[in-house]
Design a protein around this ligand. Structure first.
Ligand code: 4AD
Ligand code: MG
Length: 477
């Protein structure tokens, strides 16, 4: 007999019939009630065991974490807390989980402890909820773009270019590090490396995506991205997933409209499809908030925050306006910021971004028209010759969630910029070609998928929203 997923059983599929369920024991109460979970939902099904029917040796094997199969009748439940339950007639244990050794016991574990047990943490309610939401969100990403005329573009993971010009790249090589080939001048001879040149893991698929937008019109990437930033923060990963749409003939306003519409769509989608998981995460966050002093507590619950984003327009503010606000705000004047804003041109740190979003505007903010000096080479220069058509979207609790721009489509202007910034134009010959042949205005952005998952789940550390986080000094599992 085939087994049925627990979410289907809980929905009443097979009621009053014989059913089979397979999963992992959450708890075993009074030697009678097994709470069984198979990952299909955060909810467990109660399996009622008649003590007299089963040998004591078999029941002894049922512990939190054990994998079992039960067969029995699905009946309406008399007990509180569930609508249906299985009256067990047959019970099989696949694998025990010795309670002396199994780390995931039915009690509260700290997130730090669970990070050290990332291979088992998915068996907790909180990680089950997060990773189901993550999966549904990624489906929503594809659904949105596919239904809006975009083509999925797979950017190369190994590249020879540094799209962001930030130099935070992981080298890819198969040279023997103990015996490196040298040139006559004594430098490492990368012509003998696998690709005959230096290569690295991609920091962004944008430059390649641009070449495809120039033929397919609207494309998007959704893939792994790597940055060797040595920033041990709760918002940075060395390996993360980025979504990068790129659209021919879009200007910056179109780009902002797209980003806002896209984010609202995917949040709305999880609100609709992940009600149980979000209700659990909402309660978890409320419990956590209660442990904080009143002044630090969030004004909104998780569900309220998600609905707020879906229901309200993002505030669009130029960089220049934002700097004015920051320069005159209390924490700047009282020197409460780590980095004091004293003039136009300063790069904004996450403390500033969060002030704008959480204290000043109290809603998601799109900042645009940044100083050219602090942004990447490919952004379109404005008439003022000082600012570029960049935009960053800032979210409460997160800071920057999206970075994007209208691209510099004018060959001469782009070339001048590349030379001014000291970027090797030979490396970018193919990118420059797109400006030589049929160039056109175009725009795009990058959204850090884990930052989106952070927001959607109300979690606070990015290491908790990707299955096996890679961060400085940490690549376990
Ligand atoms: O702002 P970034 O660096 O923009 C780009 O890479 C552009 N090429 C995107 C484009 O226009 N197509 O990165 C985009 C987003 C950030 O806003 C952030 O959400 C996320 O990627 N991100 C990270 N997420 C986790 N860990 C890191 N180390 C991240 N670095 C960037
Ligand atoms: Mg950025």
């Amino acid at each position: 007999m085939k087994h049925t997923k627990i979410n289907d059983l809980l929905a009443g599929k097979g009621l009053l019939h014989e059913v089979k369920a397979k999963g992992w024991v959450k708890t075993f109460r009074n030697n009678q009630f097994i709470a069984l979970n198979d990952g299909s939902t955060i909810n467990n099904i109660q399996c009622v065991v008649d003590l007299d029917k089963f040998p004591a040796e078999l029941l002894k094997k049922i512990h939190t974490g054990a994998a079992i199969s039960v067969r029995g009748t699905l009946v309406e439940s008399q007990g509180a807390g569930q609508t249906v339950e299985i009256q067990v007639e047959n019970l099989k244990v696949y694998g025990e989980a010795n309670p002396e050794e199994y780390p995931i016991q039915p009690k509260k574990h700290s997130l730090e402890f669970l990070r050290e047990n990332a291979h088992l943490r998915i068996r907790t309610n909180v990680f089950g909820a997060i990773m189901r939401v993550r999966s549904v969100l990624s489906y929503a990403v594809h659904k949105y773009f596919q239904e809006n005329g975009f083509f999925y573009f797979n950017a190369p993971i190994i590249t020879g270019s540094d799209a962001e010009g930030a130099g935070e790249m992981f080298r890819v090589t198969n040279l023997d590090l103990n015996n490196l080939p040298r040139t006559e001048e004594g430098k490492i001879d990368f012509s003998q490396d696998f690709f005959g040149k230096t290569t690295n893991l991609t920091v962004s698929g944008q430059l390649e995506a641009e070449t495809y937008a120039m033929a397919l019109g609207s494309v998007y990437t959704f893939g792994p991205t790597f940055r060797a930033e040595n920033s041990n923060t709760s918002r940075h990963l060395a390996e993360f997933w980025m979504i990068e749409p790129e659209v021919a003939f879009n200007n910056l306003d179109d780009n902002m409209d797209l980003a806002e519409d896209f984010i609202k769509y995917v949040i709305n989608y999880v609100l609709d499809k992940c009600a149980d998981d979000l209700a659990f995460l909402d309660k978890r966050l409320q419990d956590e908030e209660k442990t904080k002093p009143q002044a630090e507590r969030s004004e909104m619950t998780l569900l309220e925050k998600l609905r707020f984003v879906v229901d309200n327009n993002f505030k669009r503010v130029s960089y220049t306006e934002a700097v004015d606000i920051l320069r005159n705000c209390k924490p700047n004047k009282n020197k409460k910021f780590k980095y004091i804003i004293d003039g136009w041109g300063a790069d904004l740190q996450s403390e500033h971004e969060r002030y704008l979003v959480e204290k000043h505007f109290k809603c998601p903010v799109i900042l645009f028209d940044y100083p050219a000096e602090i942004k990447a080479f490919y952004m379109r220069m404005n008439e003022d010759g000082k600012t570029v058509r960049a935009m960053d979207i800032l979210f409460p609790g997160i800071g920057e969630i999206v970075g994007g721009s209208q691209r510099e489509e004018r060959y001469d202007v782009l070339l001048e910029k590349i030379e001014k910034m000291g970027i090797d134009k030979e490396e970018l010959w193919w990118y420059l070609d797109t400006r030589k042949f049929g160039t056109a205005p175009h725009s795009g952005f990058g959204l850090g998928f884990e930052r989106l998952v952070l927001f959607a789940t109300g979690m606070t550390n990015i290491r908790d929203v990707i299955p096996f986080p890679r961060t400085p000094q940490n690549a376990e599992f």
